[in-house]
Write a protein that binds this ligand. Structure first.
Ligand code: SAM
Length: 217
């Protein structure tokens, strides 16, 4: 199979991704990628996770923050052509959404889609990373993995740190380096099988409360 790339920002991460994704290798993983460019990261996921279905979101258009780059529109056109060619052998396992991430992710969320793996590598502007993250988070399944690229870029780190500190009760940091990788924790178990003493007491109080407000005959 011939693959055609003009850039490589990605293969440096493959050794870590291989380790983190190893437990998912045999599973029918649903994966979401925000920012696909020529398809290098997408091809890695498709190859490493042979049963995965991958949704690729990319606007493939000059974003306002890059509008002053000469020749960029042509570079993007070529990147999309390369993406299409590189991904073609896996077409039954790939869904390409050519759209701005905020619009695409909102549509996926409304459609009730969920994912085991999310890779965020689209716009690196703080607001965009925050929006992509906030929309992707409710779609990340329990124990799912979320990877942000370029965590060392200040604009990305600001958004990722804000989000991680906000939801630290529901996630585990797997790696904090050139990329930030987290795993979503399942919600704490409230149930009778051994919740904390405070929660058991609260539930007892609520039960008492319920009997008190029961209407009298
Ligand atoms: C760094 S490249 C992705 C590289 C790719 N993940 C890889 O490893 O080979 C970023 C991509 O995000 C896309 N992008 C940037 N901002 C976007 C946005 N707001 N919505 C959708 N795509 C966006 C660009 O078109 C570009 O293809």
């Amino acid at each position: 199979m011939t693959q055609d790339f003009s850039t490589d920002w990605t293969s440096v991460h493959f050794p870590v991704w291989r380790k983190v994704l190893a437990p998912l290798r045999e599973s029918p993983v649903a994966a979401l990628e925000v920012g696909s460019w020529e398809g290098r990261s997408a091809l890695f996921f498709l190859d490493q996770l042979p049963k995965c279905h991958l949704t690729c979101v990319d606007a493939f258009e000059v974003r306002p923050d890059k509008a002053d780059r000469p020749g960029f529109a042509e570079q993007i056109r070529l990147a999309e052509e390369r993406f299409d060619r590189n991904i073609a052998p896996f077409s039954e396992r790939v869904e390409k959404i050519r759209e701005t991430s905020a619009i695409a992710l909102a549509a996926l969320l409304i459609a009730g889609r969920t994912f085991d793996l999310v890779y965020i590598d689209g716009s690196h502007q703080t607001d965009d990373v925050l929006i992509d993250t906030a929309l992707a988070w409710p779609m990340l399944r329990n124990n799912g993995v979320l990877i942000w690229d370029d965590y060392r870029t200040e604009s990305v780190r600001a958004a990722v740190d804000a989000f991680v500190s906000l939801r630290q009760d529901r996630l585990e940091v797997v790696q904090r380096g050139k990329q930030m990788i987290i795993q979503r924790r399942p919600p704490p178990v409230l149930a009778s099988h051994g919740g904390s003493p405070t929660i058991r007491r609260l539930l007892r109080l609520l039960r008492v409360g319920r009997t008190r407000v029961r209407p009298t005959a």
